[in-house]
Design a protein around this ligand. Structure first.
Ligand SMILES: Cc1cc2nc3c(=O)[nH]c(=O)nc-3n(C[C@H](O)[C@H](O)[C@H](O)COP(=O)(O)O)c2cc1C
Length: 320
């Protein structure tokens, strides 16, 4: 599979996740074999207005490449201008969000609301494509609500507008993140376009990755929540699909070592005070289901420093 001129290695990419897949987490996932990453979604309007937070969301480190900047918005001209501004962070491609279900996004006509207006969605793809010398990709859902929707026809319109790849999250906007994932809709998109198609939704194990590939015929995979607190999932999926090897889940000690590595990265990029606060939710994901972890987990909510976290991680590892 090629995205523009480059060819991703392995089988699966890390999904964009606002508030979770930041630079630190993306770098960690790439170190475990994620083939590429996508930034948290960034508002085109925010970028155009020079908002500093929007700009910082577009920062890409050398250790997380290839990485896209993902834009959301509903105005073709603003999306094109934002894509040009994004170039200063040297993204490897630009991804356009057509899947976000959050009302604050959809009420402006952006995110998954674009599924209801394929003509506008195509204008956005064309405008961004004309504005930047990079591959332009689309991330969509398979419908707005339960009413009939033709995801394959929508994807064909994006292809005709110049999209270089399409990621399909096999759920409607109404479903949010609830099961089931409609793999037959992803398969229909794959059959309808010549572009590379990435299957996304509920891939949380090597077997689930194989199921997505087999049932949809998609070219590549994208993993979101399955990797939270489990960045090693990319290594496991690559080993299983590439060599037929099922790697064991890391033991508690190794999990705590990865948590500390994550903590160091997040503190490097965000500073210790903000970094530790942001790490709290990740710490809960890392210790989910771990024996002996429950008693200590409430302490994550009050920890304030890397040294406090190190002590706690050592205690948890020793109790495993
Ligand atoms: C916390 C969170 C934040 C997300 N943020 C984004 C985002 O910024 N852009 C986007 O296209 N999708 C976003 N998504 C959707 C994911 O990229 C992915 O499509 C979805 O979670 C389904 O994949 P999964 O079942 O592997 O998690 C987000 C999902 C979660 C759980």
């Amino acid at each position: 599979m090629k995205i523009g001129t480059w060819e991703p290695k392995g089988f699966c990419a890390l999904a964009p996740m606002a508030g979770a897949a930041d630079r630190a987490f993306r770098e960690l996932c790439v170190s475990y074999g994620a083939s590429f990453c996508v930034s948290e979604m960034v508002s085109a309007k925010g970028i155009v207005m020079g908002d500093r937070k929007s700009d910082s969301l577009m920062e890409i480190g050398e250790d997380e490449r290839p990485c896209a900047v993902q834009l959301f918005g509903s105005e073709p001209a603003a999306m094109a201008q934002a894509a040009v501004t994004a170039l200063r962070h040297k993204p490897d491609f630009i991804d356009i969000n057509m899947g976000c279900p959050a009302p604050k996004v959809t009420k402006t006509g952006a995110g998954s609301a674009l599924l209801k207006d394929p003509v506008l969605a195509a204008k956005i793809v064309r405008a961004v494509k004309d504005a930047v010398p990079l591959p332009v990709t689309v991330k969509m859902r398979v419908g707005w609500d339960a009413s009939p929707f033709d995801p394959a026809g929508f994807a064909q319109a994006m292809e005709a507008a110049g999209a270089d790849m399409i990621t399909v999250h096999g759920r409607t906007r109404l479903q949010m993140y609830a099961p089931p994932v409609d793999r037959s809709a992803i398969a229909a998109v794959k059959r309808a376009v010549r572009l590379p198609v990435i299957g996304n939704g509920d891939i949380d194990s090597p077997e689930a990755a194989r199921l997505m590939l087999e049932e949809t015929g998609c070219d590549f995979l994208m993993i979101g929540r399955g990797a939270l607190g489990r960045p090693w999932l990319f290594r496991a999926v690559n080993a299983y699909l590439g060599e037929g090897i099922m790697l064991p889940e890391p033991d508690g000690e190794e999990k705590m070592r990865v948590l500390m590595r994550h903590a160091e990265l997040i503190c490097r990029y965000r500073g210790e005070r903000i970094g530790i606060t942001e790490l709290r939710k990740h710490a809960l994901w890392y210790t989910k289901g771990m024996r002996g972890g429950a008693r200590l987990r409430s302490r994550f909510s009050t920890m304030k420093s890397l040294s406090e976290l190190r002590e706690l991680a050592e205690e948890i590892a020793a109790g495993c």
